[in-house]
Ligand binder design. Structure first.
Ligand code: PA5
Length: 420
């Protein structure tokens, strides 16, 4: 189950106004549901089966099993859209497969020394994931780790332990052919941040032991709902409409709040998706994570009492799963927390969430994305839901949700400084 509860926004956006806005823009939803010729090179993700169908899942599981047979540690060398989705699921669910180490997302010598230290005493495979193979972080980490593997295993054995996921015809593919590395093709018609349901992430997830079939099934279920449901019954469309009404009213920041820290890395995925998709042409809501309850002691002050430019979307995990119950016993010590005797942390956390939402809803629009459980299937649903909503929301805003021209300027200056 995944649904959007908008009860707490009605004070700010009347239901009649929302309905009129949705109706007036119904053609945008229809376009997003069908896909558009002008974005044909970026919309392979709309149809889950195109890059996560049965043949892909079989092939991915086979390769993952081969890699797990020779390694207990798998290094994801990727940044942004090339590591965020896999990391979101792996960090949240901690599946029982190979240990995953993250590289290719930093230029810090300290961090990279830490990565090398984490590999000692383990059997290692690396996967360099790079759509363009021009990005500095994965390119430099790949060289570092390639050299590490060759030094440790010799050239021939190192080659067995190197996988690259890259664009067909790219210099990365050429390098793989020349050196004998395994090459996995990057989905041709999907941009980096929309690749959650492609081999880019399915392979690391399968190596980590996650159930990629459940992930694909969840996404497909969401696809069927969102591409067929019209009007405000379509929850992703409702989210897209509300975001744009709020944008028109001067709301400039959206906080994605969650009381389960397991969503921490998912929120990073969400930040990238919305920042790169909408932040352009002088427009776009700034997306920022609100990890609760910790940040109620920092950002919470601003949300409650600061400038009225922000709104919140909370992810509410509705049902406790395994490990989600912990009762706090009573004590003879007068510690001033006697009111907690015998209470379950699940309920304490819920009380904190309900209080936060009630308090914030007094002063700012609050949306709640309700989800019954946290597992691979739900992550598939979440990835599809937010991606579809982002496409719709960016379209309503009048920007191209699939490009990211703004990141080129710093790259040009950086490459000049490095003598590229
Ligand atoms: O959405 C995008 O395309 C980007 O954010 C990329 O995912 C990110 O820059 C990484 O690109 P690459 O895989 O080419 O290194």
């Amino acid at each position: 189950m995944l649904d959007l509860n908008t009860t707490y926004t009605e004070k700010f956006v009347a239901s009649g106004e929302l309905a009129a806005y949705a109706e007036a823009h119904a053609h945008v939803l229809a376009r997003c549901q069908a896909g558009e010729e002008r974005y044909a090179d970026s919309q392979g993700w709309l149809e889950v089966d195109e890059w996560a169908g049965p043949a892909v899942l079989d092939r991915t599981e086979r390769l993952a099993a081969e890699l797990r047979a020779i390694a207990d540690t798998f290094v994801i060398i990727g940044v942004g859209g090339s590591n965020n989705s896999a990391r979101a699921v792996i960090k949240a669910l901690r599946p029982n497969g190979a240990r995953i180490v993250y590289a290719g997302n930093t230029l810090s010598a300290h961090e990279l020394n830490g990565v090398l230290a984490e590999l000692e005493g383990h059997d290692v495979v690396i996967d360099c994931i790079a759509k363009n193979f021009e990005t500095l972080e994965p390119g430099s980490s790949f060289r570092l780790l390639r050299q590490y593997l060759v030094g440790r295993y010799g050239k021939e054995e190192a080659a067995r332990r190197i996988v690259c996921t890259g664009t067909i015809g790219s210099s990365l593919e050429e390098l793989c052919r020349a050196e004998g590395y395994t090459f996995v093709p990057f989905a041709t018609n999907v941009g980096g941040r929309y690749t959650a349901l492609t081999e880019v992430h399915l392979l690391p997830l399968a190596v980590a032991g996650a159930d990629i079939r459940a992930l694909a099934a969840g996404a497909k279920r969401m696809q069927e709902q969102l591409r067929k449901t019209d009007g405000l019954e379509n929850s992703a469309w409702r989210y897209a409409c509300l975001r744009n009404i709020l944008w028109d009213r001067g709301y400039r920041v959206e906080l994605l709040g969650f009381f389960e820290p397991r969503f921490r890395w998912f929120s990073k995925w969400w930040e990238q998706l919305y920042a790169e998709s909408e932040g352009k042409d002088g427009k776009g809501i700034f997306p920022a994570a609100l990890e609760c309850s910790e940040e109620m002691h920092s950002l919470g002050q601003y949300a409650q009492d600061g400038t009225h430019q922000l709104f919140e979307t909370f992810i509410d995990l509705m049902e406790p799963g395994a490990g989600d119950s912990l009762v706090l016993g009573g004590t003879d010590v007068a510690d001033a927390f006697g009111y907690l005797d015998g209470k379950d942390f699940w309920d304490i956390n819920k009380a904190s969430f309900n209080a936060t939402r009630a308090a914030h809803a007094e002063v700012l629009p609050v949306l709640t994305l309700e989800i019954d459980r946290i597992d691979e299937e739900r992550f598939g649903m979440l990835f599809y839901w937010f991606a579809f909503a982002c496409y719709a929301s960016g379209s309503l805003l009048g920007v191209n949700p699939f490009d990211q021209p703004g990141v080129e300027t710093y790259k040009r200056l950086m490459f000049e400084a490095l003598g590229k």
